[in-house]
Write a new protein. Structure first.
Length: 80
């Protein structure tokens, strides 16, 4: 069994209101020096067998059809 991680983030040109709200709140909580925050999602997918190229391609297909909206989000697939 292998575990594959899919990290999903908004594309850089898409506004991130949740990230902006977090960034604005940090100085009030005593955290100085943070200039920006981007919010994203992380998925851990367990697959049978080894995480070979064919298995990673299946996870990429899952990511682009279900886990991410490719119009506004980018994703990265990696083996944990």
């Amino acid at each position: 069994m292998s575990r594959v991680v899919v990290d999903v983030m908004l594309k850089p040109e898409i506004l991130d209101p949740q990230g902006q709200a977090i960034a604005r709140k940090l100085p009030q909580l005593g955290y100085e020096g943070v200039t920006a925050v981007r919010q994203g999602k992380r998925f851990e997918v367990e697959i049978d067998g080894e995480a070979d190229e064919a298995a990673l391609e299946r996870v990429r297909k899952i990511a682009e059809t279900l886990l991410a909206n490719p119009v506004i989000e980018d994703f990265e697939v990696r083996v944990l």
